[in-house]
Design a protein around this ligand. Structure first.
Ligand code: FAD
Length: 469
């Protein structure tokens, strides 16, 4: 029996009668966008909202320039605030503005590549999901990828987007060069040798320095990967966590709330023949866990019994495919998320505290908790800056439910160990706290002030984050 069959059959026993079709995968019930609005000045305004619907705004203008000249011209002639947008997959209010939202979706595709150095220059608006078809034909692959591939490359690097693997860095650590257009329309090409201080600041910049138009990535030769997913007792998986992180290219675990078993996933290079991934069971499983919560969330003992039963006898799933078909999964059930990056040695003790907090005070939680490791790097605002390795814990709340009470109880667990939040995921830290956790904080702010002296790239959220009122 596989994960889908078991979860569907045994959890439906518990939720019989209330088990409605899982039609809630995505769009249904999403907060309705207000639609195009015409202001008193007669100007049409097109609203914007993020993937989860939690962030939204009514900007004065939304533009998508088609060329560098058009972008430079638009920046020089626009007034007020400017916020870049990628695919809108950040949970924090990085994009909202009443000024101009700029999308570089027309800056996409492979600009050039170097077959010997294994580098590739890509338009900043290229989606991660396009990279396989662009890079594989030229023999290149990303060394690692996040959970999904919907993000734009510039949006992803700007928040420190990462996958898992203790010897694999976040996406921005693969950058060798990038091109940035400042709000004044100045075009800066930077790398470790050219304008190195701009490069150090711009690799993770929350879109606060200008518009990134091109990025050059240091890739690896294209290859196949084997993905293995299994379930085992949580205590045993925690015991084995360090060894699995050490001995696999990429390892992550999902702890299932109110269950004594957890999911492990490894990804490793292989020469085995292709055996594609089957249809994703994860979205159904999450909705089954929600239904179990809805029906018997008030009875944790029964919930645990059923979840333990549902995760017993699960046959591991294995798949082999090209790198870009192995890393990303589909996330059809919408949610809001908080993820913190912690010193690696604090990861598992903190995870135990997260579990205690959820199971003692948050019976509403049903989303599995994602646990990953990431190699450190030296970008100034990288949440992995200066750590040889970091450990990450991500908690989620269904998009139609208020995430804040749950996140407010989890976030303090990360504070006394100097946790750094994912820039694209919900957190409450302000400049005073953040400055103490980032050794190059002041250097970043100096570069920011030099590139954007009028603060046109700042919205309310960034003013709070950077302490610039
Ligand atoms: C379902 C889901 C799964 C996710 N999985 C992961 C994961 O596995 N790992 C992980 O680390 N994160 C993950 N995230 C978070 C996500 O990767 C980040 O929030 C990422 O920044 C989103 O990219 P985007 O293209 O949607 O950018 P947006 O959210 O649109 O923008 C992000 C930031 O980039 C800036 N920006 C965008 N384009 C440019 C540009 N051209 N120049 C300058 N700045 C720019 C924006 O101003 C903003 O500050 C996930 C999010 C979702 C919704």
């Amino acid at each position: 029996m596989n994960r889908r069959e078991f979860l569907l059959s045994s959890l439906s026993l518990a939720t019989a009668g209330s088990l409605v079709a899982c039609d809630d995968h995505g769009a249904s019930g999403m907060p309705k966008s207000p639609g195009v609005t015409v202001g008193p000045d007669g100007k049409r305004r097109i609203p914007w909202q993020n993937w989860s619907g939690y962030q939204h705004c009514l900007p004065d203008a939304r533009i998508a320039p088609k060329s560098l000249d058009e972008l430079v011209d638009a920046l020089r002639h626009s007034r007020g605030g400017i916020r870049p947008v990628g695919a809108g997959h950040s949970f924090t209010p990085l994009v909202p503005t009443d000024g101009t939202i700029v999308s570089l979706r027309n800056f996409e595709g492979l600009v050039r590549h170097d077959a010997e150095a294994l580098t590739a220059t890509l338009g900043a608006g290229t989606k991660l999901g396009q990279l396989g078809e662009l890079l594989d034909p030229v023999g290149q692959a990303l060394p690692n990828m996040p959970d999904i591939d919907e993000q734009s490359i510039a949006g992803a690097i700007s928040t420190g987007t990462h996958g898992t693997g203790q010897d694999l860095g976040a996406l921005h650590s693969m950058l060798t060069a990038l091109t940035l257009v400042t709000p004044a329309g100045e075009v800066i090409e930077c790398s470790r040798d050219r304008h190195p201080e701009v490069f150090d600041a711009a690799r993770v910049s929350l879109g606060s320095l200008g518009l990134i138009t091109e990025v050059t990535l240091q890739n690896v030769p294209t290859h196949r990967l084997k993905r293995r997913v299994w379930i085992e007792p949580l205590d045993q998986l925690l015991e084995r966590f360090d060894e699995l992180a050490e001995s696999n290219h990429s390892f992550e675990m999902y702890f299932i709330p109110f269950c004594d078993r957890a999911v492990g996933i490894t990804i490793n290079p292989t020469d085995e023949p292709i055996r594609p991934r089957q249809a994703e069971p994860d979205n159904d499983a999450v909705m089954q866990m929600k239904q179990l919560r809805d029906v018997i969330g008030w009875w944790p003992g029964l919930r645990r019994l059923l979840l333990n039963k549902a995760t017993e006898d699960y046959e591991p799933e294995e798949a082999v495919d090209l790198w870009y078909r192995v890393f990303p999964s589909e996330r059809a059930v919408r949610f809001n998320e908080m993820e913190y990056h912690l010193p690696r040695e604090s990861l598992l003790p903190t995870l135990r505290r997260v579990r205690e907090t959820i199971e003692s005070a948050h019976s509403e939680v049903f989303f599995p908790i994602e646990v990953r490791t990431v190699k450190g790097d030296d970008a100034w605002l990288s949440p992995f800056h200066g750590h040889a390795r970091s450990g990450s814990i991500a908690v989620h709340r269904y998009y139609q439910e208020d995430p804040l009470p749950y996140f407010a109880d989890i976030e303090p667990l990360y504070q006394d160990i100097g946790g750094r939040p994912h820039w694209g995921k919900l957190h409450t830290l302000d400049a005073r706290t953040l400055a103490a956790r980032y050794p190059r904080w002041k250097d970043f702010l100096e570069v920011r002030a030099a590139l954007d002296p009028q603060g046109r790239m700042l919205n309310d959220h960034l003013k709070k984050v950077f302490g610039l009122v």
